[in-house]
Every structure is written in C-alpha cells, then in structure tokens.
Design a protein around this ligand. Sequence first.
Ligand SMILES: Cc1cc2nc3c(=O)[nH]c(=O)nc-3n(C[C@H](O)[C@H](O)[C@H](O)COP(=O)(O)O)c2cc1C
Length: 390
Amino acid sequence: MLTSRRRLLRMIGGSGALLGASAVGLTQCDTMPSSAIAPWTEPGHDRQDVRERALAHALLAPNPHNLQPWIADLRDKDAITLLWDASRTLPETDPYGRQILIGFGTFIELLDIALRQRGYRADITLLPEGMPGPDADVSALPAQPVARIKIAKDKTISPDPLFNAIPARRSCKEPYDLDKPLLPSHEADLRASHIDTTISLNIAKDGPLPDRLRNLTRDAMALEMQTPRMLKESIDLTRVGAEEIAVNPDGIDLHGPMFWWLKRFGIMTREKAMQPGTMAYQGGIDYALGWAGATPSFGWIATEGNSRAQQIAAGRAYVRLNLRATAQGVAMHPVSQLLQEYPEMSELQQQFRTAVGAKPGTTIQMLFRLGYADQSAPSPRRPLDSIIRT
Ligand SMILES: Cc1cc2nc3c(=O)[nH]c(=O)nc-3n(C[C@H](O)[C@H](O)[C@H](O)COP(=O)(O)O)c2cc1C
C-alpha cells in the first residue's frame, strides 16, 4: 500500500490539473463523515429500551464486507427476533451464506454481552424455524429468522469484562510489524479466553508456517481481485469519499484526501477499478497485498462439520477473541479469501488446508492476521433506527 500510495500521491502532486490545491486544502477535504461513525460513541446512550441499548452495541460487530445485514424485530415485548435483510448478501464471495451467518454470530455475542452488562439474561434460540443446510444457495437463507432472543432481568447474571472493549474493537486493516510475532503471553491469554470447546483455535507464530500462510494469503487475494465477478462484488460495495459514505455507511469505505482527488480527477472510478492496467485497479491490488505481506502471525478457528448453528457459534467465538485482543493491544484482522467457496479458489484452499493440517470434515471458519500496529479508525455503521422494526 505504501508504495502505491506514494506513487499515487506523487502523481496527483505533480499533476498540472491540481494547480492551486494547497497542502492545507489536500489535508482538509474528505474526512470520515461524523454521522457514519457516531454509533461508536456512547452506544445507545439515548435509548430507554434495554433491547435498543444492547442492539446499539451489537451493531458494532465485525461482519463480512461491512454489509450489516441485521434486522431486529422488537414487536414482541421482552424479545428480539433477529432477521436477515434479503437485500444484503454476497452471492459471489459467500455463495452459501456461511460468512454472513458468522457475522450474525458476532452480532449475537455482542448483544448478549451488552444485555449482561445491564443484568439481563438472553435466552437465545438459534434458527427457530430451521434454515437450509450448508450447501444451500444463499438466496434461500434470509427468509428464515436467524434467532429469537427472549430477555429477562436476572440477579444471577454477571457482567462480562469484554464489554468495555466493544467500542475500541477493530478489524485492524494496517500493515503489522513483521519483526514482532504474537508475544507468548498474548497467545496464552487469547487461548485462555477462548471458552467454546467445540471450536478449535490455532495460532501460527513460529517456524516456517507464518511465511507459508503469508504467501498463500497473498496469492488468494491476488486471485480474488483478478477474478472479475469477485472484484465487481467488492467494487459495488465500495464507498469512495465522504459523500458516498454518508449516504451508505456500510461496505468498504475509502476516504481521505488522496481518494478525494483521485475521484475528482476521474482516476478512481468504478469502471477504472475493474480495468487491469489502470492505477485504480493496481492500487487496490497493491493495497491488499501490502498488508497481507505485513503479517507476522496468523490465527484460525475451525469446527468439526459446518452446520448453520456452528457458523453462528464461530462468529461468537471470533468476536470474543477480537475483543480480548483489543484489550491486550493486539491487532487482529480477518483474511477470508482462502476460505471462500468458489471453484477458482479450491486449489489454493486445498494447499492452505494441507499447510495447516486440516482434517477432512473440518471447516476453517475464520482465518485472521495477528500482530501489532497502530489501531485503525472505526469503520462506518448504519444508524440504529435503520436496523430495528418496532
Ligand atoms: C466472516 C467475516 C469475514 C471477514 N473477511 C474479511 C476479509 O476477508 N478481509 C477484510 O479486510 N475484512 C474481513 N472481515 C472484516 C470486515 O471487513 C469488518 O468487520 C468490517 O469492515 C467492519 O469493520 P470493523 O470490524 O473494524 O468494525 C470479515 C469479517 C467477518 C465477520
């Protein structure tokens, strides 16, 4: 990324078309719109209904492509029915809805933690009307509720210390310090905090494996970005500049002076980002490959089997690790390309499974970078009212 950023900055800096753009002007334009990140500050402070307060925390959950496909139906008193917005799926990169269901798991876990904080017990029934199995096409899935959650005040419920990490948690999409693998004390702490014994947690930080995973991750990213229908899915969900982010506070957000100028001068358009040979296309690839390479350690979590309930459980486990990492100052970031279920990826996926010694029948649900970096800025969130139905 740094190389391509420098290249781009040199180019726009040297462009005659930019005459008159002072350094001050360059840095002032196009900051993240405050409305898009307002949900991160004092979540739910303006809500009386305990369910809404908890949902304001839950919507800060990590989720694939930041699609935020959640709908919380609050029409039954003391209950939340969690639904899947059918307009929010990733048919190319997530053809069976596995990743989206993991994202429901992260949401449910944060909801549960936030309810506990206020002394409420959540009785969670997953998939109350069932859901087609793991090989079913994603288009069939949103018709079924994902969970029904009854809540009740309960004196025996104790708060979860991870609550405090919710607003600080990030998927840290930055290069990590390559010379600093995960410290043994941090590894031990993450392992100790992982409580769901049905899900295995694996960490690669020593020996030749991290390097092998870096290469596989980079190859998978390059493959995905060179596969036009995959690239298009991401580009369609990319919001370039503050104006687009303010209108759609979701998806992949690109903002800051560099993107503002690139967009303004027609260098960064959706069409160009799809066209090999353009700066927009190559910049995207360089960016992703840059931080994939700058990864000293990796983690992954896996389930024996791949039921819908296991996918949700994997999401719950993942976000707990992400919160615990946040509390320790460890950077963490999912890299899912190697796990994705489309034919072009299957060969690399097999190489990855062999490299990590995955047994037949095991599903690796999340693969993530681990290391140390400056924490990244919060990503946009839709306002609470856009996900609740009363
Ligand atoms: C199942 C799942 C898969 C994800 N895969 C990727 C990925 O491949 N690449 C990536 O940059 N982020 C990935 N993410 C992280 C999301 O992009 C991130 O959660 C979202 O942009 C919101 O940002 P935040 O987590 O910092 O709040 C994934 C998250 C989940 C839950």
